[in-house]
Design a protein around this ligand. Structure first.
Ligand code: FES
Length: 99
């Protein structure tokens, strides 16, 4: 099972392969309100610090939505659309959840 390290707290959460980063964030106790699982509300925007190769590829739609957001960098993902494989990941929460 992959482990997700959630910054800036450094809390870790193990989740089954095939889980989204959003599932890992919520399982770790962080209250992400949006549960749409579509990326349409931009509310689960996170930075992926490590583990890019272990995640499912970004879809064209996710890439376009991220490009339209102000200040988005290449390490951006929507947590609800980023599915984990077998490798660990390290992410950074943004906005109100960043501490
Ligand atoms: S869960 Fe709604 S945008 Fe990701």
């Amino acid at each position: 099972m992959p482990t997700v390290t959630i910054m800036p707290s450094g809390k870790t959460q193990e989740v089954p392969e095939g889980s989204t980063l959003l599932a890992a964030i919520q399982a770790a106790g962080f209250p992400m309100e949006c549960k749409c699982n579509t990326g349409k509300f931009d509310s689960c925007h996170i930075f992926l610090l490590e583990g890019k190769k272990g995640l499912a590829k970004m879809t064209k739609e996710e890439n376009e939505r991220l490009e339209n957001m102000i200040g988005v960098a290449t390490k951006s993902r929507f947590a609800c659309l980023a599915t984990l494989g077998t490798e660990d990941a390290k992410i950074e929460l943004l906005g109100a959840l960043s501490g």
